[in-house]
Ligand binder design. Structure first.
Ligand SMILES: [Zn+2]
Length: 364
């Protein structure tokens, strides 16, 4: 079969102590966190008997910011809104990108026609795995119709059509691992410390998380449609519990990030076998591990073009190698039972690139 195991290493662009805008802002602050209170202004978000989502989530987000500023002064806190006004979804992501944020945390409250559901859940960007998850994303995304020229801005995305969400299955989310980590830390805090019902960490296509270039999560702090939970969400103490839980998750996540960065330097890089020059190709990412897989050819037996590379302190494993996205998509489909969470990653000259960069190269 002549299968070849290529070992390559990606150079981290976020080198410690390197120049550039990212490093400059870190002279005064170690980290930047963008807190995004959902909705605002004429967009009330979900409404309960008395409460409105836009008010509840603003209070919570402001409290999270206070905790961060007070207890972790080395963290810069940026709010997408700190009062009752409307901010389009794409602008929220743009604020985070412009400020080279390390984290983007969007705070929301849930609602349901059925008044029984209650509890907290945290989402990361991706394709939904259940109808319920899709519905939460549809509800949160529906606010774009309040924005002018939303059709152009969101590339014709129709928030209510399930088909529109298929684009998220092709999207590569390079921040997925980190987003999942933060999301589960938030849910752990909600469950263990704030004693809230834990509905888990989920994945769905939220437009507000679509174009963020950093680990990003969307927190549903509870159901405003549930009478008990609405009371809790509207109370000062309830908001304090939720905000301190979110704050601790962010604080611990950033501390773990610092520790990891120290670790990265110590890892010895395996010998790299360079890829041929000027080669755009698509591979299917099937696994991420903290320690290298002892025998990748055995683990991914029978799969073509097994490829391993080191990204930060993670080892990522790819199978297949295709010249076009179309071929790669077919391959992804054929392997979807075995690897349901796999996704396509474009490479050029042996380096991982973004889907947008790949599209540009393809046009050339
Ligand atoms: Zn919302």
């Amino acid at each position: 079969m002549g299968k070849k195991l290529l070992i390559a290493t990606l150079v981290l662009t976020i080198c410690l102590g390197a120049g550039g805008a990212a490093a400059q802002k870190k002279q005064s602050y170690k980290h930047t966190v963008v807190l995004d209170a959902g909705h605002g202004g004429h967009d009330t978000g979900a409404v309960g008997k008395k409460g409105r989502e836009k008010d509840v989530v603003l209070s919570i987000a402001l409290k999270v910011g206070e905790y961060l500023k007070k207890n972790t002064p080395e963290t810069r806190v940026i709010f997408t809104r700190d009062a009752d006004f409307f901010v389009p979804l794409d602008e929220r992501a743009a604020i985070a990108n412009k400020n080279n944020a390390d984290l983007f945390v969007s705070v929301h409250a849930n609602s349901n026609k059925n008044t029984k559901p209650f509890g907290t859940e945290t989402f990361v960007m991706g394709l939904h795995k259940s109808q319920g998850n899709l519905e939460v994303a549809q509800k949160e995304n529906s606010v774009i119709v309040m924005e002018q020229d939303y059709n152009t801005k969101y590339e014709g995305f129709d928030p209510s059509s399930a088909e529109s969400y298929i684009i998220f299955s092709l999207m590569q989310n390079v921040y997925l691992d980190k987003s999942l980590k933060l999301a589960s830390m938030v849910q752990d805090e909600f469950r263990e410390k704030a004693k809230r019902a834990d509905r888990g960490v989920k994945q769905a296509g939220f437009l507000v998380l679509w174009h963020t270039k950093m680990p990003s999560i969307l927190i549903e702090t509870g159901f405003i449609s549930n009478e008990e939970e609405e009371k809790y969400l509207m109370s000062e103490s309830g908001q304090d519990y939720l905000a301190s839980a979110i704050y601790r998750a962010i604080r611990d996540y950033l501390a773990a990030l610092d520790a990891e960065e120290q670790e990265v330097k110590k890892i010895t890089v395996p010998d790299a076998e360079p890829e041929p020059e000027n080669t755009l190709c698509y591979r299917l990412q099937v696994a991420t591990t903290s320690a290298p897989v002892a025998d990748p050819t055995e683990k991914f037996k029978g799969k073509p073009d097994i490829f391993e590379y080191k990204d930060g302190n993670k080892y990522k494993y790819m199978i297949g190698r295709f010249a076009t996205l179309d071929e790669a998509s077919k391959f992804k489909k054929a392997n979807s039972t075995e690897y349901p969470d796999s996704f396509i990653v474009p490479f050029n000259n042996g380096k991982k690139i973004s889907m947008n960069e790949a599209k540009k190269l393809e046009k050339k």
